[in-house]
Design a protein around this ligand. Structure first.
Ligand code: PLP
Length: 207
């Protein structure tokens, strides 16, 4: 929670500890995977590969689907009948998942996430310079967090009135995971609206 970035060596150190001790490293890329952070997998920012990866949410473009991906030597430990699921292999979900992966590559959505995320973050950083109620802006690609000095509830409600739906992470962080298909115009419009909400909040608190 909170869009907290790991320190630079963190994932590499964890990988090394796993290697040295024969441990399996599992990355939950349910939110961060599939281009969300500007690379296909968030682990790629640190050049670290897990042994098992959990995927869901964005994987089938809105059709419910979850996936566990693993190295074949781990998969081979499972014998027939040891692992099953009621809806596993659902044809509709699999077709949607396959189409999503095609779209990610054919429509260059990962690089779009990277470039739009960069514009989004630099806009948010500019807003932070102007308003003292903003404490920190962090994140990668289209996975951004804006930590405020206060509870964000009124900002979220004000957003509904002003035509932008925002989510929180904890009490005082705005969580921005916008669609990675966004265009620059839409990013700029969002920044405009977010600035307006923050301006309103600062006014409410400090006049
Ligand atoms: C949503 C989410 C889950 C749970 O996924 P379900 O498909 O709802 O079970 C697990 N981990 C992360 C990081 C998530 O965002």
């Amino acid at each position: 929670m909170g869009i907290i970035m790991p320190p630079p060596d963190f994932l590499r150190d964890i990988r090394n500890i796993c290697n040295e001790n024969g441990l399996v490293l599992i990355f939950d890329e349910i939110q961060s995977g599939l281009g969300r952070t500007g690379k296909m997998w968030a682990g790629q920012h640190w050049n670290v590969e897990p042994d098992i990866m959990c995927l869901a949410k964005g994987i089938a473009g809105g059709v419910p689907m979850g996936l566990t991906v693993m190295r074949s030597e781990i998969l081979d430990c499972l014998k027939v009948g040891e692992h099953s699921s009621t809806f596993a292999g659902n044809p509709l979900a699999c077709a949607a998942g396959s189409a999503t992966i095609d779209s990610l590559t054919e429509d260059n959505l990962v690089s779009n996430s990277e470039s739009m995320g960069r514009i989004f973050k630099s806009g948010l950083l500019k807003i932070k310079e102007k308003y003292k109620i903003v404490r920190e802006v962090r994140g990668l690609g289209m996975m951004l967090g804006v930590e405020m000095r206060f509870d964000v509830k009124d900002i979220l409600l004000d957003g509904i009135k002003n035509g932008i739906l925002l989510l929180y992470s904890g009490r005082n962080i705005l969580r921005l995971l916008p669609p990675i298909v966004m265009k620059e115009e839409e990013v700029n419009k969002s920044l405009e609206l977010i600035e307006k909400l923050i301006y309103n909040e600062e006014k409410r608190r400090f006049g």
